[in-house]
Design a protein around this ligand. Structure first.
Ligand SMILES: [Zn+2]
Length: 231
């Protein structure tokens, strides 16, 4: 009987504090606030991002709000059919003031992750290099193929536009941080590149870099599979 009363009290208190939780808990801990690209990464943000994969309308909403805030420029593209279909692809043109070596196709959840990632990278770079990020070079996102271009095996994350291969970060002062050249040296560039890769693990499901294997010597593979997988 006492347990039952206690349980009822707990439920009542929990129910009573629900409006408070909805209103006051920061977004990265609050399951009720919709995801925003400015939310700090963390397990709740990861969870919300995973949920977007099964809710295209909610995902597009997140991206539309980010575009209205000037944080990203993208357009909706027609569905892609064939061996590697894409239901609701987006084409990303740039991230606010950060230009791209070329536009790229992204699944909506990957578009959300990459927007969060570029925002965080801008902060990291400004802090560590005293010059803002102005351009990102990359070698693509969507490719209808298996992992490591093998003839057999499972499809790559690139087959669903769920991964983005980033090669370099260009700063306003003309400096370039190249994954292929600066992963080890000079120290200041290497340090910033390592923290940019770690930021990738916080935002994406996985981030693979030059330490993983020779196939990733020249780029960061930032993908949606997994959770915080960092190699
Ligand atoms: Zn890749």
């Amino acid at each position: 009987m006492r347990t039952l009363i206690l349980l009822l009290v707990f439920i009542a208190v929990g129910w009573g504090s629900l409006p408070w939780i909805k209103k006051n808990l920061p977004p990265q801990f609050n399951p009720f606030t919709p995801l925003a690209v400015t939310d700090p990464p963390g397990w709740m943000t990861q969870l919300k991002m995973k949920r977007l994969a099964s809710d295209p309308a909610a995902c597009l909403d997140v991206m539309n709000r980010a575009q209205q805030a000037g944080l990203v420029s993208f357009s909706q593209r027609p569905p892609v059919t064939g061996a590697c279909p894409l239901a609701n692809p987006l084409r990303i043109q740039k991230f606010g003031p950060v230009n791209l070596s070329s536009s790229f196709l992204a699944s909506c959840p990957m578009a959300v992750a990459s927007t969060i990632y570029v925002l965080r990278s801008r902060d990291q770079i400004t802090k560590q290099q005293q010059s803002p990020l102005v351009r990102i070079s990359h070698v693509g996102s969507y490719a209808c193929r298996n992992i490591y271009h093998r003839a057999e095996g499972r499809l790559s994350e690139h087959a669903t536009a769920d991964a983005w291969d980033v090669t370099a970060f260009q700063l306003a002062n003309g400096q370039r941080l190249e994954v292929g050249k600066n992963w080890q040296q000079p120290a200041a560039k290497a340090q910033t590149l390592h923290s940019l890769w770690q930021e990738g693990c916080r935002v994406f499901g996985n981030a693979l870099g030059p330490d993983y294997n020779a196939a990733h010597a020249s780029h960061f593979h930032l993908g949606m599979r997994g959770a915080g997988y960092c190699r």
